[in-house]
Write a protein of this length. Structure first.
Lengths: 282, 293
């Protein structure tokens, strides 16, 4: 029966393209020291502003060219992926755990519990997120963990709002009442009956949030508020690329493409997963 | 003590705005009896069922009266004990079999889970029991059904599953709230026949909510006629059809098309009867308000 269903669904190209890019980028980041052609930090003024491989003047081994300090762009992007993915996973999972739990509780219990949680969410969402992030990092100090924490602190509300609404809808369904008649307790019903029905949305949001975390981290790096080490970050490379746009456009364009592909893939992957997980849609 | 299966006495419930949804409802169902509950939409039929099953909406408040299940006064029990008692002795056959099943869980786990958790049975025993019940509701491929998700079954199949689940724990009372209205006309009769058949074999009392007087005549021993949250007439089914006493009952019967003249247009309930009822209800409310402030 499961095979039959998989056939009916067909192979979703969206899922494979998005998943493929993410897997490629993730593996490259994990095995960066093995796959990066050069040392991402090695400067060589003899090699500054080398163009990408298909343009005259390119050097073998420097596929995407070099920046104004002669560092290999591809290697820097691969190593930059490490921080991007660490932030994406850690921040999105933290935001998801906090937001989904509160959303589930607010949506299921309703009443004053819901009023308090919804109020907090409203107030929270009134802050412009990027400003909020910059402010938080300024307070928490720069560094990997404060960037992760800042993103989680800002974005748990996304999960909370959506999961609350979905939980409310599910809680009104007859199967919840049926479970109450059968003698189940409230917490048991929330976890066993309602939660499985909101999991598809949680998964989709989680993936979307990973993309958002990648952008926010890039923005923070761009304004020099992120990880204050020499390790390359996508946002940092973009910031440097902006300065040399006229002499070396590739230093700006390739990290932008990488960033956009990654963010898009996360959101598409989430949507595709949601349809897979949903028992009614699949 | 040979307890009455379900004994509701003088039950009144109000909405936050003070409007009464149940007006001193009294209703006693004997073990193994099928009691029909009829009345127009909004009369409070579902509300009575929910009160019995302990799942009234939070906005509805019971202000008077009590409900006894086999002699146990539900209002006097602690919430946990009440839940356990209701869970063990009652069940619901719902109106809409689709929303009554959890869309993300397989039928099998939804059915056995309850026996295991509520009655403390072993998984094996529950599985055997469920298969036995599926056989009784004439499901011939239990393996497939148990592995399915609710949306993979037809409406009729889902309702069979729910009927099997309702009878599985041998409840003393089943509330069937318009169990066939959401179904295809062609399967309504089969489902009705199944409910009656299982009811006879298991000796379960049923509180059967319906709009359909034809169904009432076929399956019930007694009828309570409800109007605006008030029981206006209660009688043996045969007696009620032979000689309806209350004008509302007579109007209801007149408004029901007969098999002998299937194309006769639906007549609305007579205006004069409704006017009479309205003043009767108003007078009853007046009398009720005096002692209750
Ligand atoms: N959740 C609720 N909160 C407040 N009032 C409600 C709620 N549900 C129903 N009511 C009101 O209670 C009254 C009785 O409703 P009930 O659902 O018991 O009617 P019913 O006889 O089952 O009607 P139907 O035949 O349409 O199912 C109606 O006036 C209705 O508006
Ligand atoms: Mg109803």
């Amino acid at each position: 029966m499961d095979e039959g269903r998989a056939q009916r669904r067909g192979v979703s190209p969206r899922l494979w393209l998005a998943g493929g890019w993410l897997l490629l980028a993730l593996l490259a980041a994990i095995f960066a020291p093995l796959v990066a052609p050069q040392d991402p930090l090695a400067q060589d003024l003899m090699l500054e502003r080398l163009p990408p491989f298909w343009i005259d003047g390119a050097e073998p081994g420097y596929w995407l060219g070099t920046d104004s300090l002669g560092r290999d762009l591809l290697s820097r992007l691969i190593f930059g992926g490490r921080i991007a993915f660490i932030v994406a996973f850690a921040a999105a999972i933290t935001a998801c755990l906090v937001g989904s739990t509160l959303g589930l509780i607010a949506g299921y219990f309703g009443g004053w519990t819901d009023r308090i949680i919804s109020r907090v969410v409203d107030v929270w969402m009134a802050f412009p997120p990027v400003l909020f992030a910059i402010l938080l990092v300024a307070v928490l100090g720069t560094g990997l963990s404060s960037v992760i924490l800042a993103i989680a602190i800002i974005d748990w509300t996304r999960f909370c709002r959506v999961i609350r609404a979905e939980t409310m809808g599910q809680s009104r369904m007859d199967y919840v009442e049926n479970a109450r008649i059968a003698g189940y307790g409230r917490i048991g019903i929330m976890l066993r009956e309602v939660l499985p029905n909101v999991v598809p949305s949680i998964v989709a949001l989680l993936s979307l949030e990973m993309g958002i975390a990648v952008i926010v981290e890039a923005i923070l790096s761009f304004v020099n508020l992120s990880i204050s080490t020499d390790d390359p970050t996508w946002g940092g490379i973009i910031a440097e690329g902006r300065l040399s746009i006229h002499q070396a456009w590739w230093v700006l364009v390739f990290p932008l493409i990488t960033l956009i592909l990654t963010v898009l893939s996360f959101s598409q992957f989430g949507e595709a997963l949601k349809t897979r997980f949903d028992p009614v849609l699949r | 003590m040979s307890a009455i299966c379900l004994d509701i006495s003088d039950l009144s419930a109000v909405l936050p705005n003070g409007q009464r949804v149940l007006r001193s409802v009294s209703l006693a169902v004997q073990p193994g009896e099928v009691r029909a509950l009829v009345g127009e939409s909004g009369a409070g039929k579902t509300m009575i069922g929910k009160a019995v099953l302990g799942v009234l909406p939070s906005s509805v408040r019971v202000v008077e009266g009590d409900i006894r299940l086999e002699g146990e006064d539900l209002g006097k029990l602690q919430p946990k004990a009440r839940r356990t008692l209701i869970g063990a002795r009652t069940a619901l056959i719902p109106q809409d079999p689709l929303t009554a099943l959890n869309p993300s869980r397989r039928i099998g786990s939804q059915m056995t889970d309850r026996l295991v958790r509520i009655l403390g049975w072993s998984g094996e025993r529950a599985d055997t029991r469920i298969r036995q019940l599926l056989d009784e509701v004439q499901i011939r491929d239990p393996d497939r059904v148990l592995k399915s998700y609710p949306h993979e079954l037809s409406g009729g199949m889902r309702q069979r599953v729910l009927i099997a689940a309702a009878f599985a724990a041998e409840p003393r009372l089943i509330v069937a709230d318009e169990p066939t209205t959401a179904l295809d006309v062609t399967v309504q009769k089969q489902i009705l026949r199944l409910i009656v058949q299982l009811q006879r074999e298991h000796g379960t009392a049923i509180l059967f909510v319906t709009h359909d007087l034809g169904v009432v005549a076929k399956i019930s021993q007694k009828v309570s006629v409800l109007y605006a949250g008030k029981v206006v007439e209660e009688a043996e089914t045969a007696a009620l059809f032979a000689a309806p006493q209350h004008p509302y009952t007579r109007a209801l019967m007149a408004a029901t098309p007969r098999y002998t003249e299937p194309f006769a247009s639906l007549k609305p309930v007579d205006e004069a009867v409704l006017a009479g009822l309205a003043s009767e209800i108003a007078a009853a409310d007046q009398a009720w308000r005096r002692p209750h402030g």
